[in-house]
Design a protein around this ligand. Structure first.
Ligand SMILES: C=CC1=C(C)c2cc3[nH]c(cc4nc(cc5[nH]c(cc1n2)c(C)c5CCC(=O)O)C(CCC(=O)O)=C4C)c(C)c3C=C
Ligand SMILES: [Fe+2]
Ligand SMILES: [Fe+2]
Length: 337
């Protein structure tokens, strides 16, 4: 059996300040995420940040929470279920798909153990980030490696690095945007917004910005947009340091002031809708735009479990595990961990 461990960032267990504090403490203690010296960061994190941010952040989560839980969890799980169902039909009994979260629940340790207990001697790790950043992709690798330090029998391992320019990904994005425009009409401008990153991470060698720009260029080309029909920006700035520019909030204000009245926003870096898309863009971004004089901002949903994306995603993933099933099948015994 081949195990597919799909890993997303993680999300609080509840939209409450204590749950958000637990989540943020784990997340923001990761040295891949905040690269400041511990001596400097520790007092800031345990002082103002964990004291004040959880309550504000919890309100943001509460505004987008679904009956089944946090959107990030709900959509990531649906994606995994849809992949499993598709492969069960095509390749019965060959793969087991399991969702894990880098921070919080269900943990990477639990996901790995579940795959081992299902007899998976080969595991493909799929960080749910189309664009590579050390803060996300490399941190996922760290968590898997840390868990494997506790195992005696290590399975055969592979990891997907990124798929920022994969034709199936670009095609699914373009198709979903075109379908949305067919149903709702097209605004004057398409805002293509990605999660931000400290500029210092890029200066240290992160390919993240270049990969976001490549995704944008390919998407714009696939949609056949002219230069004055789109704009790209970076959202979710955190802290005082310089982050990747242009910032999404300032871009929205600039568009409104330049007389653009209708904007459609899309977040191609998020495989699943979450607080950063549903709250920061669809609610807060809209408010920023309207406040600056714009008339309408509409958010185009992430790919989530859109059947068109599940088909494309399976095309991206299959080459990474299909050759494995041609090899002699072997299983790690459940008691080997
Ligand atoms: C130093 C801080 C942060 C870095 C670096 C960072 C990089 C980064 N994050 C994502 C994807 C997501 N981030 C999400 C939430 C989120 N991100 C940060 C901070 C950094 N991110 C915080 C503090 C939060 C929590 C929300 C808040 O308090 O504002 C999420 C959504 C999680 C959810 O539960 O919905 C995602 C997804 C990427 C791709 C990235 C680097 C490129
Ligand atoms: Fe983030
Ligand atoms: Fe945010």
């Amino acid at each position: 059996m081949i195990g597919i461990l799909v890993v997303n960032l993680g999300t609080p267990d509840a939209p409450t300040a204590p749950a958000v504090r637990r989540y943020l403490r784990e997340f923001l203690s990761d040295t891949r995420v905040v690269e400041l010296p511990r001596m400097l960061w520790w007092p800031i994190l345990n002082g103002p940040i964990l004291r004040f941010r959880p309550a504000r952040s919890a309100r943001n989560y509460a505004s987008i929470w679904l009956p089944d839980g946090s959107p990030l969890m709900v959509y990531s799980q649906r994606q995994c279920d849809a992949l499993q169902a598709r492969w069960d039909r095509q390749f019965p009994g060959q793969v087991r798909v399991k969702l894990a979260m880098r921070y919080g629940n269900p943990s990477v340790a639990k996901g790995m153990a579940a795959l081992r207990d299902a007899g998976c001697g080969r595991i493909l790790v799929v960080p749910l980030y189309p664009q590579y950043a050390a803060a996300t992709t490399a941190s996922t690798f760290d968590a898997v490696a840390k868990e494997l330090r506790k195992w005696r029998e290590i399975p055969e391992m592979r990891m997907i690095r990124d798929w920022h320019a994969h034709p199936a990904y670009i095609g699914a994005l373009a198709d979903s945007i075109r379908a949305w425009w067919q149903a709702h009409g097209q605004a004057e401008r398409l805002l293509i917004t990605f999660h931000g990153l400290p500029e210092s991470s890029v200066l240290k060698g992160d390919p993240y910005r270049a990969q976001c720009e490549k995704t944008t260029a390919l998407l714009v080309q696939a949609l056949g947009l002219a230069d004055d029909q789109w704009v790209q920006s970076f959202q979710s700035r955190f802290g005082a340091a310089r982050w990747l520019e242009p910032y999404t909030d300032r871009t929205l204000v600039g568009l409104a002031r330049a007389g653009v009245s209708r904007v459609d926003a899309v977040c191609p870096g998020f495989a699943a809708d979450c607080v950063e898309t549903l709250q920061e863009i669809a609610l807060e971004g809209k408010e920023t735009f309207l406040h600056a004089g714009g008339q309408e901002l509409r958010y185009i949903p992430a790919l989530n479990d859109n059947p068109l994306w599940i088909a494309a995603f399976s095309r991206i993933l299959e080459p990474h595990w299909r050759d494995w099933d041609a090899l002699e099948n072997f299983a790690v015994s459940p008691e080997s961990g």
